[in-house]
Design a protein around this ligand. Structure first.
Ligand code: PGA
Length: 216
């Protein structure tokens, strides 16, 4: 099943979040079984998303276990809300060791980490059994709605290259300016198991078009 993941980043307050969820669930069709939709809201809204029945992802987690760590949120605290957790997003500027600690904290708590990385040649370094890999080049991450998407042919070639270095059952998604214009082409890339969508996921109708491109 393909994964279509919404990474909301630090956008939307509570009324906007509930409005988005109402609109999206109203548009949802029951037969879209070919796709798992994952919504990754900011921490305060994990429960709001969970109550819709959609799969929930956190956007980050602490690498620490528990205790006197002001402001940190641990894997044991989000696991009741989240099936998934994004770790190592390039906007967080964490080094590989920190990302792998967070990946492992998720796996220990039985949360599926969505492990972000930049260089295709590094895919295997970030892989672990039970993790999802998310390849994202910061050069292609949309800022302010300006999409500078990679050429789908290049994505196809890189995905094929990465899959060759990974175990057969590895799950690989692409992120960076995924939008309603390029979703269909991305859905047709055999070696790609889904997409991680930032900016275009903030509009429920736009995000639904991407989900449908992967469904049909
Ligand atoms: P974008 O963000 O879709 O706005 O490029 C993707 C991401 O950073 O996860």
């Amino acid at each position: 099943m393909k994964l279509v993941i919404a990474n909301w980043k630090m956008n939307m307050n509570l009324p906007e979040t509930t409005g988005w969820l109402e609109e999206f669930t109203r548009m949802q069709k029951n037969d879209s079984l070919a796709v798992e939709v994952v919504i990754a809201p900011p921490f305060p809204y994990l429960g709001e998303v969970k109550s819709t029945g959609l799969s929930v992802g956190a956007q980050d987690v602490s690498a620490l276990e528990k205790g006197a760590h002001t402001g940190e949120v641990g894997a044991f605290q989000i696991k009741d809300y989240c099936k998934y957790c994004i770790v190592g997003h390039s906007e967080r500027k964490e080094d590989k060791a920190a990302v792998l600690k967070k990946r492992n904290a998720c796996l220990k708590a039985r949360i599926i980490p969505i492990v972000c990385f930049v260089e295709p040649a590094d895919a295997l370094d970030y892989y672990a059994d039970g993790a999802v890999l998310a390849w994202e080049d910061p050069a292609n991450i949309s800022v302010g709605g300006n999409y500078k998407a990679k050429d789908p042919q290049e994505i196809d070639a890189e995905a094929t290259f990465m899959k060759k270095s990974l175990p057969d059952n590895a799950t690989l998604v692409y992120g960076g300016s995924v939008n309603r214009q390029n979703a269909k082409e991305l859905a047709n890339i055999v070696e790609l198991d889904g997409v991680l969508v930032g900016n275009a996921s903030l509009d429920p109708a736009h995000f639904m078009e991407i989900v449908e491109a992967f469904t049909l």
